[in-house]
Design a protein around this ligand. Structure first.
Ligand code: THU
Length: 131
């Protein structure tokens, strides 16, 4: 699976974002080492602080189905249909880092073209907490 294909799946998942409070939609697509993809979107709650981010939604879907080894996650976000450069929040970085050091691909639109920037989890969160 290419980065572009994974970004396209994240864009599809973003459409399902439940964002009555912020209007900011995020989509994620998580590729397992076994080749499966689990997608996620952000799901906001009237008690704002317990809202769920897209990345953690995807991760929890995968782990709850027995997947623990990951190749890459693509993340896209933006108000409404926009695709602005959006990187995982600090909480999601820690959550991702608990499952190893894999690729994080950020998809965004520039001059009406979809661009990508690639990191590793470790690059986004050096010195991550370890129990
Ligand atoms: N959000 C994500 O889904 N992932 C992130 O990494 C950053 C923030 C969501 C949470 C909230 O629903 C909205 O974006 C605005 O903060």
């Amino acid at each position: 699976m290419t980065n572009k294909e994974l970004i396209e799946l994240a864009i599809k998942a973003k459409a399902y974002a439940h964002v009555p409070y912020s209007g900011f939609k995020v989509g994620a697509a998580l590729l397992t080492k076994s080749g499966k993809v689990y997608t996620g979107c952000n799901v906001e709650c009237s008690s704002y602080g317990i809202s769920l981010c897209a990345e953690r939604t995807a991760l929890v879907k995968a782990v709850s189905e027995g997947e623990k080894e990951f190749e890459a996650i693509a993340v896209v976000g933006g108000k409404g249909d926009e695709l602005t450069y959006t990187t995982p929040c600090g909480a999601c970085r820690q959550f991702l880092s608990d499952f190893g050091n894999f690729k994080v691909v950020i998809g965004y639109k520039e001059n009406n073209e979809i661009k990508e920037k690639e990191f590793t989890v470790k690059e986004l969160l050096p010195e991550n907490f370890e129990l």
